[in-house]
Design a protein around this ligand. Structure first.
Ligand code: BEZ
Length: 254
């Protein structure tokens, strides 16, 4: 996971409340179609759960992530992982494919990232990724905006997640020398683990809540959970996050 924003990551908390992110990535790994011997870069490898799945194909996978906590977890899982910011990729036409899951939407400088991905790929190399797309976590964003406005904070502005439409991202990819073979926006209502919405907020909006004083933080979490309950929690108390994914396969033209 990249910490280009206020977001900070805790590998232990992520393992409890964020495991579903890797569990739901089967489709994008199928799209990557890794082959034995291929050199693959996992951009925003997090704790290495998907790096490991890709490596099981026989490909040689290197993971990069800007969170030292996540890099340590990936290494502990036996992966070749390195701390690196996404906008400072220093690879030179060495990968057959670059893969990324649930990381691109954290990156503020998309053009620098895409230039680095293009430079990292061999000519004809594949860039296969899934990220939050237009409309992602819409209800959660609106609830957070309502709660944080009372503290003089624009929650959407503060996090600066980037959830593009297919047309916007395709145009960006083309601008950076990619031919876009496939791009699709897909709603993915996502059941949350035991920790429910509180667990999600404490894991994925940790940096935002840390802006509040201790006394205000608990109240803000409870208020956000209560606002979301009628729309994202069912009668049995099961929470579902309103995720929307953007998935694509692009090929480097040179
Ligand atoms: C996502 O994977 O779409 C996501 C997760 C946490 C915060 C924002 C987006």
């Amino acid at each position: 996971m990249f910490t280009m924003t206020e977001q900070t990551w805790n590998a232990t908390q992520y393992a409890l409340n964020g495991r579903f992110v890797a569990d739901l990535a089967g489709g994008v790994i199928d799209l990557l179609d890794p082959r034995p011997g291929e050199q693959i870069l996992d951009l925003g490898c997090g704790d290495g759960a998907l790096t490991k799945k890709i490596a099981a194909s026989g490909a040689k996978v290197k993971g990069v992530d800007s969170s030292e906590s996540m890099v340590a977890a990936a290494r502990a899982a036996g992966m070749d992982a390195k701390g690196m910011d996404a906008d400072a990729l220093d690879f030179d036409h060495e990968f057959d494919a670059v893969f990324s899951n649930a990381a691109l939407h954290w990156m503020r400088n998309q053009d620098t990232v895409l230039a680095g991905v293009h430079r990292a790929l061999k000519p004809g190399g594949r860039f296969v990724a899934e990220m939050g797309g237009h409309g992602n976590i819409a209800a959660i964003q609106v609830a957070l905006r309502a709660v944080f406005s009372k503290h003089g904070i624009d929650a959407i502005e503060a996090e600066q997640n980037y959830f593009p439409t297919p047309a916007a991202y395709e145009s960006r990819l083309r601008h950076h020398g990619f031919d876009v073979h496939y791009i699709e926006l897909m709603p993915r209502p996502t059941p949350l683990p035991q920790g429910g919405m509180r667990g999600w907020l404490e894991t994925f909006r940790r940096g935002l809540f840390e802006r509040l004083r201790d006394a205000e933080r608990e109240e803000a979490i409870q208020e956000t959970v209560q606002l979301l309950k009628p729309v994202l929690c069912d009668d049995l108390g099961k929470w579902t996050a309103d995720y929307v994914r953007l998935r694509f396969l692009a090929v480097s033209l040179s």
